[in-house]
Ligand binder design. Structure first.
Ligand SMILES: NC(=O)C1=CN([C@@H]2O[C@H](COP(=O)(O)OP(=O)(O)OC[C@H]3O[C@@H](n4cnc5c(N)ncnc54)[C@H](OP(=O)(O)O)[C@@H]3O)[C@@H](O)[C@H]2O)C=CC1
Ligand SMILES: O=C(O)CCCC(=O)O
Length: 485
């Protein structure tokens, strides 16, 4: 039973062309609470034809929306932002119920998600062009920025609100319309966001939400459509590669926020208490289910034991339980598949010689709960440091020199986020420059915010979200050459 103050935020229909609709064939799928398996609600299980309808709605809404002055679009986005904050407690509860993170973290995400709407409401007014000094006297050269058109967003379950607003807010601010496919596990947050967008006065068809348990059908329609000019995706690298290939058939623009394998380096001169604090924030946020979570800890041999001991002490304090319970810091993993993956990685590492310093087993609560875990004596051959863990497991490895640390850190096809701790300013600059990552935290474990560019290199993706760069992802650059002047 979901007890919202604003009961209309719990939606059981998809949102297309300003209307709340069922799937054409009447199919639906259940949304379950990962903390106890209970069904929260059922939502439409849409297919390609439903998706075509949403694309058509976004196409129909586009001319009027892009023709509005940026200032008017900005005012509507601002109202949407304000309504999200008014509803923050309800949105947080809904998120905790369908995603599992603690209420405190869910509330943090609602605010984080709202911050992208606020930011892009402002940035949308600054889509400046250029006037270029011409090489001949009789011409004037101009560059204008225009929204790319109809856009699509495919988003994951780990950040059910922020990953939508980080894509949709710049799209709408730039004069684009959008079709969103939220994750199967977390459509309720997406639908509540759409309800608030509608209340804010964002016109019908500008934002559409297509819910489904058949992602390939919806994704197939979005990527095949020549009407959709851009796809923004956050999720796993294999699915991102598949979608990029599909987008090639219509030469769509793409933004891809994919998997990571973040190194967290602790140098011998690090402030160990600060490093442990950063490690807890980076590793155990959202039960370890973020693409920027520290995935492997590289610790200088001189401070290895001291760091490990302090980390274990902090990890043992973490309270595990259902996200709605007071004081809980680690909720359940999203589903049984995620639990099986985390268990496999830990069990394999142990059988290959890793030492379990904390946790290392499924939590006594059962269900999808896993014990916050610390492993020592991990080697770079183990799957636990080669694959994205997406769970509350910290594998610790030793290194002896800066070169070795950087070499180990860069030894991965991924390049999203990296973290390191040192008190040496020269080392800080040099290591930051040598790390092959899109984002680097120096003495800081939490780096995401709306004003900074979020994104990766190598197989972690293309494009940047948030910040002044995030708007460019939704803008075309048009050059106008005016002759005979
Ligand atoms: N970089 C990141 O932020 C994230 C990384 N991951 C990584 O991926 C692993 C698996 O998580 P998972 O949720 O399966 O990630 P996916 O990449 O499968 O899911 C992300 C989104 O893509 C959708 N999707 C899946 N397959 C297709 C397809 N063929 N066509 C179009 N859309 C598709 C999903 O829909 P649906 O929900 O219906 O499957 C979801 O909306 C995690 O353990 C983690 O390692 C996961 C989530 C976020
Ligand atoms: O894990 C992800 O999908 C990215 C969101 C995390 C963040 O914004 O910090």
């Amino acid at each position: 039973m979901v007890q919202l103050k604003d009961t209309a935020l719990l939606k059981r229909l998809a949102f297309i062309g300003g209307e709340w609709v069922a799937a054409r064939d009447g199919a639906s799928h259940e949304v379950r609470n990962p903390a106890n398996g209970e069904t929260i609600a059922a939502v439409p299980d849409m297919d390609a034809a439903d998706t075509e309808r949403a694309i058509a709605a976004a196409q129909a809404a586009l001319p009027a929306w892009r023709a509005r002055p940026a200032k008017e679009r900005s005012a509507l986005l601002r109202r949407w932002h304000d309504l999200v904050l008014v509803a923050e407690q309800d949105l947080a509860l809904l998120m905790t119920l369908e995603q599992g993170k603690s209420l405190a973290e869910a509330l943090g995400e609602v605010r984080y998600g709202a911050s992208f709407i606020e930011w892009f409401a402002e940035e949308g007014k600054r889509a400046y062009g250029d006037l270029i000094p011409a090489p001949t006297a009789d011409r004037r050269l101009m560059v204008m920025k225009q929204g790319v058109g109809v856009t699509a967003a495919i988003t994951p379950w780990n950040f059910p609100i922020a990953m939508i607003t980080r894509k949709v807010a710049p799209a709408l601010a730039a004069g684009c319309t959008s079709v969103v496919k939220p994750a199967e596990a977390t459509p309720l947050s997406a639908l509540a966001l759409a309800e608030l967008a509608q209340r804010a006065g964002i016109p019908a068809g500008v934002l559409n939400v297509v819910t489904t348990a058949r992602p390939a059908l919806v994704g197939g329609a979005l990527t095949a459509s020549p009407v959709v000019r851009k796809l923004s995706f956050t999720g796993s690298t294999p699915v991102g590669k598949l979608l990029m290939a599909k987008c090639a058939t219509t030469v769509k623009r793409v933004s891809m926020e994919l998997g990571g394998n973040a190194p967290f380096i602790v140098f011998d001169d690090a402030d160990l208490d600060l490093a442990v604090q950063g490690a807890i924030a980076s590793k155990y946020r959202n039960a370890g289910q973020t693409c920027v979570c520290a995935n492997r800890f590289l610790v200088h041999e001189a401070v290895f034991d001291a760091f490990a001991e302090r980390l274990v002490r902090a990890v043992e304090q973490l309270k595990v339980g259902a996200g709605v319970e007071p004081g809980v810091q680690i909720g359940p993993l999203i589903d049984g598949r995620a639990l099986a993956k985390v268990s496999r990685l830990v069990d394999e590492a142990r059988s290959q010689g890793a030492r379990v310093l904390a946790g290392g087993v499924v939590h006594a609560l059962g269900g999808n709960f896993y014990m916050p875990t610390v492993l020592a004596d991990v080697t770079s051959e183990m799957a636990v440091v080669r694959e994205e863990i997406f769970g509350p497991v910290a594998p610790l490895m030793r290194f002896a020199s800066d070169d070795e640390a950087v070499q180990l850190a860069n030894d991965t096809p991924f390049g999203l986020a990296a973290y390191f701790y040192t008190r040496d300013v020269r080392r800080a600059w040099r290591v930051a420059e040598r790390l092959e990552y899109g984002m680097v935290g120096v003495n800081e474990g939490l780096i995401s915010n709306e004003v900074a560019p979020f994104g990766g290199i190598k197989e972690s993706g293309v494009g940047r979200e948030g910040s002044k760069y995030g708007l460019d992802e939704y803008l075309e650059t048009k050059y106008v050459c005016h002759g005979g002047v």
